[in-house]
Design a protein around this ligand. Sequence first.
Ligand SMILES: NC(=O)C1=CN([C@@H]2O[C@H](COP(=O)(O)OP(=O)(O)OC[C@H]3O[C@@H](n4cnc5c(N)ncnc54)[C@H](O)[C@@H]3O)[C@@H](O)[C@H]2O)C=CC1
Ligand SMILES: O=C(O)C1=N[C@H](C(=O)O)C[C@H](O)C1
Length: 381
Amino acid sequence: MQALRSASPVCSCSSQDFAPSSVRKNVACSERSFVALKSTSRVWSSFVPRYSHNVTVSRHPQIRASAMGETESSTGEPGWVMVNGLSGKMGLETAKAALEAGLQLVPYSFTGRMGPDQGPLSKIDVEGVEVEVYGFGQRELAMDLCKQVSRRAVVIDYTVPAAVIGNASLYCSAGVPFVMGTTGGDREKLMRIVNDSKICAVIAPQMGKQVVAFQAAMEIMAEQFPGAFSGYKLKVTESHQSTKLDTSGTAKAVISSFKKLGLNFDLDQITSVREEEGYKAMQVPEDYYNAHAFHTYRVSSPDDTVAFEFKHNVCGRKIYAQGTVDAVLFLMNKFFNPPKRGNVDEFPNFVFRFRSKRMENWRGTSRISGEVPVGSDSVAF
Ligand SMILES: NC(=O)C1=CN([C@@H]2O[C@H](COP(=O)(O)OP(=O)(O)OC[C@H]3O[C@@H](n4cnc5c(N)ncnc54)[C@H](O)[C@@H]3O)[C@@H](O)[C@H]2O)C=CC1
Ligand SMILES: O=C(O)C1=N[C@H](C(=O)O)C[C@H](O)C1
């Protein structure tokens, strides 16, 4: 239960906790204790904090390197990232975070719009790095150019739900590991595509590590107390900027845990707020109407005498961008610099060895179907 104790303080977060000035500090102090856990052989749903201080990464320097935020592989080659969806809100924020972390930005990207037959559609300047953005019809070319820059690049995808399957297929056929931050699309198919390929990927609708810790805590509770809330009611409200195309993928993931706790809930019962009146009701700070993700899950007894409320309220996008960079570092070490002994599965198993018996049921559990726990997509460990 040491595990639960270390994960539990993040059960409720206010927007204050995530105010931009505090984000950097929170992440800086937590980075060292974050590791990635796997779902299936090559697909990771997300990051969760390690559960016990007994877990040490010292036998796995390459993992340690990623946890410590190093940006070079053992060969000394700087890490390269290609960001697709670069002109979008998350694409740009993540590209900046990658540069800030010392990674190098591949100067090629592609977008969803049709471009000219020859040459890029546009150019985007990211902190002095000029990136050529290719039209949709030239996305294979963009991937080839990326591989010419480095055979060890990792792709970050922050595009649109409709692009998830096509883009994942492209990365797999190009042989480039990727971080899929984009939500929506056919998540089961997405998992199948990656599992049928030779590629590693981190796929999660939520890259903010602290929120993922909350997701993980909910999942642990569901595993340990299935049906504990049978007969109770669930109300889920999520609020995002009006440009968001889909229902919160994070909410869907958390709901899968509530369902295991015994609550009946259809995903179409989620209340999605996308306009000012709703923002006011949710107490979203006005400055963040265009950049927020507020979630409230209210669980109440049939006669309303008992109620629980869980919230995670994020202002801005830094938390996701920083988590995404950690995912990139994890993949770089996992895919390009695997442990010398054993195989790429060694690290997760190593983590599991330190878990208590009661956590054993997490081990090796493949939850590829449906919208499930840590990462609606799939999965878990
Ligand atoms: N996993 C996480 O933690 C987070 C996930 N998201 C998800 O990331 C995605 C992007 O969000 P935003 O940046 O806010 O959206 P956005 O609308 O600002 O950006 C989307 C970008 O994708 C580009 N695009 C459209 N179709 C494309 C295609 N076929 N190939 C390549 N690029 C294409 C657009 O031109 C645009 O630049 C959404 O699915 C959102 O839910 C957002 C925040 C955090
Ligand atoms: O589109 C967003 O902004 C976000 N999308 C993700 C989701 O759908 O869960 C994560 C976070 O809510 C921000």
